[in-house]
Design a binder for this molecule. Structure first.
Ligand code: 3HC
Length: 301
């Protein structure tokens, strides 16, 4: 086991190909970042071809948008697009050096996805999970080589948020940790190494904030009042806008995980689950500008 402190960066594994499991919005956003910053082939997979195609199309469109904003040349855009491919065949992951997942935030799903993928990987490949609050050790419980798994937690929107939490699970070895830190640097993100504890650091704080916001509305403080409560801190978004940005289902899941781990310290709001089913909190215009609230059947004032 490595000594405490920063890992030796000279141990980092060279990355010549990236595999991304999951082609949803978060996974597609970081797949784009990998191809742009590492300039290596990135292969994306998901449950079916339609999901894969949607993910690849999103990335291709974002590359076109980067060219449209003058950030990359036409040649660069063509080259980046050609580096991104989709597949439903895990055998295409055989030569990946770094494989990262962002599938449904359910422990058994992530465990099975990794156990199944590991069969197709080189023994040298490093694995990463973008879990927002599950235990990395438990996610790796069905792996033959859990020492090659690390948490690599991005924040929404991936292109803009400057931080990555690198989660150092008890089994994670130094080469894995070192590779994660070097990759984070190449992605031009600040990386912090966290313990493998529910919510790591950032979501532990966020769960308090969002949980207390929900608790306030659940106990009768008007929604509009709570929505303005962060104004004095100069944050770019209100608690409820932040909830919509991370996704109401993800937000509800993060609160569930924290409440299950620390029932006395974290609040779990039934209303947040109802909002997640409703799918939104705000009524927005075509450009996404907030027009008012749309809380559906949620019984809050
Ligand atoms: N998705 C992708 N990109 C987005 C985006 C989105 N939802 N929203 C904004 N952007 C991009 C824009 O395209 C723009 O990029 P560009 O510079 O390349 O053109 C850039 O962000 C800035 O956009 P705007 O000029 O519209 O900037 P704003 O000043 O309105 O800021 C914001 C938008 C960056 C989203 C800002 O409101 C913000 O920082 N909000 C807080 C976000 C936050 O706290 N995220 C952490 C959530 S916690 C989490 O993700 C953890 C998870 O596990 C739950």
């Amino acid at each position: 086991k490595r000594p405490a402190g920063a890992p030796d960066k000279s141990l980092a594994k060279r990355i010549d190909k990236v595999g991304v499991i999951g082609a949803g919005l978060m996974a597609s956003q970081f797949a784009l970042l990998f191809v742009r910053r590492l300039q290596v082939p990135v292969v994306i997979t998901d449950l079916d071809q339609a999901r894969v195609d949607r993910g690849v199309a999103y990335i291709h469109d974002e590359i076109v948008a980067l060219h449209g904003k003058g950030r990359i040349s036409q040649d660069e855009a063509n080259r980046l697009q050609a580096l991104v491919t989709g597949t439903t065949d895990k055998a295409d992951f055989a030569d990946c050096d770094w494989v990262i997942e962002a599938v449904f935030e359910e422990l058994s799903v992530k465990q099975d996805v990794f156990a199944e993928t590991e069969k197709h990987l080189s023994p040298e490949a490093i694995l990463a999970t973008n879990t927002s609050s599950l235990s990395v050790a438990q996610i790796g419980a069905k792996l033959e080589h859990p020492e090659r798994l690390v948490g690599f937690h991005f924040f929404n929107p991936v292109a803009v948020m400057p931080l990555i939490e690198v989660v150092n699970a008890p089994a994670t070895n130094e080469q894995t940790l070192s590779t994660a830190m070097v990759i984070a640097g190449k992605l031009r993100k600040n990386a912090v190494i966290t313990r493998d504890t529910p919510g790591f650091v950032v979501n532990r704080l966020l769960a308090k904030l969002l949980g207390e916001a929900m608790h306030a509305v659940d106990t009768g403080t008007p929604f509009e009042v709570v929505n303005s409560a962060l104004d004095p801190f100069g944050l770019p978004m209100s608690a409820f806008e932040l909830l919509e940005l991370v996704g109401l289902t993800v937000g509800a899941h993060v609160l569930d995980t924290h409440h299950a781990a620390f029932p006395d310290r974290f609040y779990d709001s039934e209303n947040l689950h109802t909002l997640a089913e409703h799918g939104k909190i705000f009524d927005r215009d075509a450009k996404g500008k907030i027009k008012g609230f749309d809380k559906g059947a949620v019984k809050i004032v």
